[in-house]
Design a protein around this ligand. Sequence first.
Ligand code: GLA
Length: 443
Amino acid sequence: MHLIHQIFHDHFNCAPTVVASAPGRVEVIGNHTDYNGGTVVGACVEKRLFVALRLRKDQQIRLFSQNEAELVETSVRSYTTETLPHWTSYALGVFDEFRMLGSHDLGFDLAINSAIPTGEGLSSSAAFEMATALAFNKILGLNLPMAALVLLSHRAENRYVGVPCGLLDQTVVGFGKTNSLIVLDASSGRHHVFQIAEAARLFIFRTHIRHELRHSPYEVRHRECRNALIALSKVIPGIRHLAHLHPSDIKAYDIIMDEVLVRRARHVIEEQRRVGAFLGALHAGNLSAAGQFLNASHHSSRSLFENSSPELDFLVSQLCAKESVFGARLSGAGWGGAAVALTSPAFTSVDAEQVVDAYETNFEARPGWWTTTIGPGAMIHEEDGIHNEEGIHEEDGVNEEDGVNEEDGVRTEEKVEKPSKVQSKNRTQKKAENKPTKDPEVE
Ligand code: GLA
């Protein structure tokens, strides 16, 4: 029995109906371009998060996180972000989206176990959302395509979790492919898959500074970019995305914007060009040139977008001093989190340890590092032994008794209740003694 089944069984005393998993992601280049309508490149890391799900016949909701060692109880009528622990909002945000589709009103039991570090720029949140979305899609028999699940999870993050992030995380986590980069054009939502050269390695170094995107400088940057776009649209009519402008536009019109907005806009516009140049270099098999664009991206984040940190700058400068490193930069939102390095196979664990030794001397903390093979995106796990103990139909996950149309999984009576602000019952129960001591499974 796989670990997530065991966890589910231990806490809910029965087997799950559906198991889904999703990986973390690393942003390779395209920093803060996604919510500015630009192009961004990411890849899935091999560390994954598992979700196990079973629908209930009543309206109770029970969520168990192995990582938090916490069981949370609420109900379909009363779940809310206000009193429940923050980690639950990723699953409940996705559930809320499915409810808004009118798809069902049943309670559920859900367990999660994750090997993706949180708060370190690897998008454990998108992994949680995408695995949950896949599991609900399957259990409800909705057959929504991955693109719809990406948008649904992205809406959950924006609306329910409250982070105004772009489409990067959910797209990469949803569509990731082994040994491939995902190139997203965030203005159209389209992506394509770009196979990475065999000689390329990705190393990830985690600073000891965690970041949180809610109520953070991320929101401030988001606003600044919007304000820059509004200012420029007065003189360049019809522009919809900052990333679609040319660097000369900023030069021509910097007089109308305050200096901070000019820096933010320059970063986005120039980063957009670097993404193209990076892909061009990869296409030509020139990893050294590709690496230079990563370094330039970091430089721009540090000086123009101001989303780096002394820890990230230190890691990047140590990495870039190594001959076997093509380039390095901060990955994801910034202000802590992780840095990514594109290296040749000559970069080894000895080099990585030297980098973290130097970091430790400087910051009195030892960052984690690992080399990642690029893994596949989110998926459903069709397992033996997944069976159904509550009479819930295996194929479409719902039964007629509950007023649900078996064929399309859509409620015959479309009544969608918004979560009330006042909770009738929200119970959380901490089980500190259950804290996992080692990395959870990779099944
Ligand atoms: C976070 C967000 C993404 C993206 C990056 C910065 O990871 O979730 O949407 O904006 O920051 O590029």
